[in-house]
Write a protein that binds this ligand. Structure first.
Ligand SMILES: Cc1cc2nc3c(=O)[nH]c(=O)nc-3n(C[C@H](O)[C@H](O)[C@H](O)COP(=O)(O)O)c2cc1C
Length: 325
């Protein structure tokens, strides 16, 4: 679709809050998004929502279904002035996310991801794209106006579309393009979230065209993340200044190489001024808005890296925050 001509769009990036019962979002879920979708936010992307017949990242992962609560969530976001977005995702039967933040055996984890990806068969891949089609239709029927494909952090669509893991990556690219062309109406925005690094340094240093492959998929935005969940979560949610700076530089470089695409940068990136970012880069923010629902207004009272939000790694079932109560 043709993107609106606003200067710098601010996205509330995907969060799996755990505010669900049996995969159904509850009132805490709705209130969480309603509280954060005002103050000029452009779009709130509801995090890590499993597609029909898909598998969540943990037992509290929401599932998209024809239920009025999903309409209520989309409406609560748009009533506050933001575009309601949803991130569609799946893992696989038996998926288990590591609790630790950094794997001591990253190459072994790479081999595990490769083994999983090589087990994906064509029939299973086509079935997942049918579920993705169903998921997008339900989400759009419920009022969501921005659909994000979660192809980051080592989950199903990440492994499938990345030529370093999957021998079916060309089929997956074709199915993704068909899905975009045939399922998503023109007035609905699209994005794909990708991980440009896994966190396994030796593997990441091997030259590959996977970033070019993924940025050539015709989404309205490419949302640049880093890290695979079972290798290095500190890349997914960086807190050290040097990691944040390097991540933002890497995103800027990708954006400069692809001036006709629109990108979303993240990593405590809200403070970046317009002058610091190429024109085709928009800002994604997450932990600052978790910590302070009015962060876009207050701007100084954001996340202080108290690490409480990492509920799954801490053995808890829902999001908490050391600042926001
Ligand atoms: C508690 C928590 C849950 C998250 N869940 C997701 C998720 O479901 N999907 C996703 O793509 N990223 C997820 N992320 C990553 C964020 O979207 C974001 O990219 C990251 O926190 C870096 O941005 P920030 O520095 O503004 O927080 C999560 C982050 C946190 C802190």
């Amino acid at each position: 679709m043709e993107l609106p001509n606003t200067d710098r769009r601010i996205f509330f990036l995907a969060v799996n809050s755990g505010y669900t019962e049996n995969g159904i979002p509850d009132s805490r879920f709705l209130e969480f998004y309603a509280a954060r979708s005002g103050n000029g936010l452009y779009c709130a992307i509801v995090g890590n929502v499993a597609i029909p017949n898909g598998h969540g990242t943990n037992i509290n992962t929401p599932k998209i279904e024809k239920l009025s609560i999903w309409e209520d969530i989309a409406k609560a976001i748009s009533d506050k002035g933001a575009l309601p977005g949803v991130q569609l995702s799946t893992t696989w039967l038996g998926y288990n996310g590591n609790k630790g933040f950094i794997s001591k055996t990253p190459q072994e984890e790479i081999s595990n991801y490769k083994r999983i990806a090589s087990s994906f068969e064509q029939a299973q891949i086509r079935a997942q794209y049918q579920s993705l089609e169903e998921a997008a239709k339900i989400a759009i029927d419920c009022g969501f106006k921005h659909i994000q494909l979660h192809a980051a952090h080592g989950y199903f669509f990440n492994l499938l579309l990345d030529s370093r893991f999957s021998k079916h990556h060309q089929l997956a690219a074709e199915l993704t393009q068909n899905w975009l062309a045939n399922t998503i109406p023109d007035d609905i925005e699209t994005s794909i979230r990708i991980s440009t690094l896994t966190g396994a340094q030796q593997f990441d240093s091997i030259e590959s065209s996977f970033i070019e492959d993924l940025t050539s998929l015709p989404f309205d935005y490419h949302d640049i993340s880093e890290g695979f969940y079972n290798i290095d979560k500190k890349l997914i949610y960086p807190s050290l200044n040097e990691i944040l700076t390097a991540r933002i530089e890497r995103t800027k470089n990708i954006a400069l190489r692809n001036p006709n695409n629109s990108f979303i940068v993240s990593g405590k990136s809200f403070a970046l001024s317009k002058a610091e970012l190429p024109n085709n880069v928009h800002v994604g923010t997450c932990r600052d808005l978790i910590a302070n629902p009015n962060f876009l207004q207050d701007q100084h009272n954001g996340c202080k890296n108290k690490m409480k939000c990492h509920y799954y790694s801490r053995g808890k079932s829902t999001l908490t925050c050391g600042l926001w109560k």
